[in-house]
Design a protein around this ligand. Structure first.
Ligand code: ATP
Ligand code: MG
Length: 359
């Protein structure tokens, strides 16, 4: 008998539909624990985000990271509020956690789930399976730069894409290792070294260097612009991709749309060294247009819960949840509006839970 395990999960619903999909994710995880011996979750919720900002002038408390530090994982909804500038919500909460806990690998799987009318189905086999690895700690979003002579005709402003050898080496190594663990052992290194002549050239050099540690991984290099076309025209030629913070941000939104909806796609902000808790979240934002109406698709959150379980080493539970999700997407009566259906958040959640207790 394996020891009874109880995982401490921090839940940060954040703003907008985050407040709807994260409770749905908790319900699904509870149902999973109820149906599997030895698996337990203790949830602790944190009401950070836009409302917290209106009350306290910051998106999360100064000692917020301390409160999260002892957790096994974090389930995050979304940060974004029409009344608060985007860079405040982003830097004040999500990026604070990603950077505070050095979650340097952002991992975004894309598959065409059963029953989903994905734009990509027209050009790809249904078993399309990509993982995009995004550098999550530096690069274009390092926050380096500034403005001078603000408002004057001579005003200058810079956003410096800052890359370190250590930062590039660790994300390359993570991506090669991930590609090596997947059946096709195929990695595409996304670059823009034809136009960006310093950091991206180092990025390319480090790819060559790290590749020598992984002789069994087939890899190639692709310019980011060409990569967007390749995702549409030759999708099956891709498997694992690694790209910088900005490039992967764009490519993964494209991937999510090609797979059918922003509402489905999951992501993990991972500290591969496991010094700190990793954070899992649907890739969609706060979507205030549908907030409070019970219309939000919770599948992106459920799939993020699958990634969370895999990260915790609970592979059987992860597999069971993924099967329940796929059984639900396969039934078009259980599609939410973003997928062209009429089901609501509660109905989809109940259907997934039902499939976790088939008897
Ligand atoms: P943010 O500013 O926080 O990024 P947003 O308003 O830009 O939020 P997104 O979540 O990025 O919204 O998504 C864009 C649109 O896609 C939304 O306005 C919404 O209509 C739709 N959408 C996103 N996520 C979902 C979901 N889970 N279920 C249904 N529709 C969704
Ligand atoms: Mg958005």
């Amino acid at each position: 008998m394996s020891a009874r395990k109880s995982y401490r999960i921090a839940c940060i619903p954040g703003d907008g539909i985050g407040k709807e999909v994260i409770p749905a994710g908790q319900q699904v995880l509870q149902a999973l624990a109820a149906s599997q011996d030895g698996l337990r979750f203790e949830f602790q919720s944190f009401g950070w985000g836009g409302d917290w900002y209106r009350e306290h002038g910051e998106m999360m408390p100064a000692d917020g990271l301390e409160a999260l530090r002892g957790m096994d994982a974090i389930l995050f909804g979304s940060a974004g509020d029409p009344d608060i500038p985007d860079h405040v919500t982003l830097w004040g909460l999500r990026l604070k956690i990603c950077q505070g806990f050095d979650q340097y690998a952002n991992v975004r799987p894309t598959r065409i789930l059963p029953g989903i009318d994905a734009p990509l189905k027209r050009c790809a086999p249904a078993d399309l399976d990509w993982v995009i690895v995004r550098e999550n700690s530096e690069g274009e979003y390092a926050g380096v730069g500034g403005r001078a002579h603000q408002g004057h005709p001579i005003e200058v402003a810079t956003d410096v894409s800052m890359m370190t050898r250590a930062g590039v080496e660790r994300i390359m190594r993570y991506a090669f290792r991930l590609a090596q663990a997947r059946p096709r052992k195929l990695l595409t290194v996304v670059t823009k070294s034809n136009a960006q002549r310093h950091a991206m050239v180092m990025w390319d050099e480090i790819a060559v260097q790290v590749s020598r540690e992984f002789p069994d991984v087939k890899w190639d290099k692709e310019l980011v612009d060409a990569c967007t076309a390749r995702m549409v025209n030759r999708p099956a030629s891709l498997d694992t991709l690694v790209a910088t913070n900005l490039h992967a941000d764009i490519l993964s939104d494209l991937a999510a749309a090609l797979a059918g909806s922003l509402g489905i796609a999951p992501t993990g902000n991972i500290d591969p060294e496991r010094r700190y808790p990793s954070m899992f979240e649907p890739i969609h934002g706060s979507a205030f247009d549908i907030m409070g109406k019970g219309l939000a698709n919770p599948v992106g959150t459920f799939w993020s819960c699958v990634m969370l379980l895999e990260h915790l080493g609970e592979r059987a539970a992860a597999q069971r949840l993924m099967q329940a999700i796929e059984a639900v997407t396969a039934d078009s009566r259980l599609h939410t509006r973003d997928l062209g259906g009429r089901a609501g958040t509660a109905e989809v959640t109940a259907a997934v839970i039902h499939r976790l207790h088939p008897r």
